[in-house]
Design a protein around this ligand. Structure first.
Ligand SMILES: NC(=O)c1ccc[n+]([C@@H]2O[C@H](COP(=O)([O-])OP(=O)(O)OC[C@H]3O[C@@H](n4cnc5c(N)ncnc54)[C@H](OP(=O)(O)O)[C@@H]3O)[C@@H](O)[C@H]2O)c1
Length: 285
């Protein structure tokens, strides 16, 4: 029997992967949910999944967490700027525990993108490649939820703001990514493979049009400069550093850093990816 462990199992993506492993017929006794906050995984424990504490920032928790694990999904951490030592601790612990394969959720085009989030992901990929462990890299593009979660705001303001309405973004739903990631976890032949998990490209101008179609409420795309966007974010009460970071992310999107083509996502999914229109319909239901 293969034992699968998933870090960040209390987060959106990790929980979806644990659930998908069970849905694909992996016995709950072969699934380990690793959680910084194990109490938040009570629902998974109730399904028979083993829940173990694992905090990337507390390496003492990791040896017991990874004991007898064959395939590990390392979901990238959420504490920006601290992730490299955290991911390194997990990879070191995986080596010590002789984990059979480590899969890592990276970022789109990690080898070439100038997205400000990329350096920690690229460095983690490098650590994994140098670790000697069999690995699978899953480069997640933007979640479609980054946009669909803002639907109430788009509808309230009648606007989608952006620096470049035509830049292509290979966004995909977390649910689709989780299914694709699970396929890669279950398939030993994905060892040594780097996948780009990008969906059919959307644009911000297209997002406004699709919201209008799906909700029957007029939403327009409005182009703003980086300076205007900074001022808008600052007016919402966002601090200067966070606003600068958000604008740097938007500039990266505007440059086309998330314009990644290819069919890796759909091949791992075994079906077409969820469309923006369907994701918006689900969000507005
Ligand atoms: N592609 C995108 O658009 C996009 C957007 C946002 C984030 N991300 C990246 O993708 C990852 C997964 O996304 P998500 O939506 O599932 O994020 P999420 O819901 O915020 O979940 C993050 C998970 O990481 C866990 N975590 C954070 N720091 C940890 C630590 N020090 N030790 C152990 N676990 C830790 C969290 O534990 P707790 O439950 O205890 O907090 C949580 O389970 C994020 O962490 C981030 O790296 C990607």
């Amino acid at each position: 029997m293969t034992t699968y462990a998933v870090t960040g199992a209390t987060g959106h993506l990790g929980r979806l992967v644990v659930t998908e492993l069970l849905a694909r017929g992996v016995s709950a006794s072969d699934v380990v949910a690793l959680a910084r906050t194990p109490d938040k995984a009570a629902d998974l424990a109730a399904r028979g999944v083993t829940v173990r504490p694992a905090d990337y920032a507390d390496p003492m928790t990791l040896p017991a967490a990874l004991e007898s694990v064959d395939v590990l999904l390392l979901v990238s951490g959420s504490e920006l700027g601290r992730r490299l030592p955290q991911h390194s601790a997990v990879i070191e612990a995986a080596k010590a525990a002789a984990v059979g394969r480590v899969a890592y959720t990276s970022i789109a085009a990690a080898d070439r993108s100038a997205n400000p989030l990329t350096p920690e992901h690229r460095a983690t990929e490098d650590l994994l490649r140098a670790s000697g462990l069999p690995f699978t890299i899953l480069r997640d593009n933007w979640y479609l939820e980054n946009y669909t979660a803002q639907l109430p705001q788009y509808l309230a303001t009648g606007e989608v703001l952006g620096i470049n309405g035509d830049a292509r973004i290979g966004a995909a739903t977390r649910a689709d990514m989780a299914v694709a990631i699970t396929t890669a976890l279950l398939d030993p032949d994905t060892a040594g493979v780097t996948f780009e998990l990008s969906g059919p490209p959307i644009t911000l101008a297209g997002l406004a049009e699709t919201i209008t179609e799906v909700t029957d409420t007029k939403v327009a795309y409005r182009r703003v400069t980086a300076e205007e966007l900074t001022a808008i974010l600052r007016r919402t009460g966002m601090d200067e550093a966070t606003a600068a970071f958000v604008v740097a992310l938007e500039e990266s999107v505007a440059r086309g850093d998330l314009d990644v083509r290819g069919d890796d996502l759909e091949r791992l999914l075994g079906r077409p990816a969820t469309t923006l229109a369907d994701a918006l319909r689900a969000a507005s239901a």
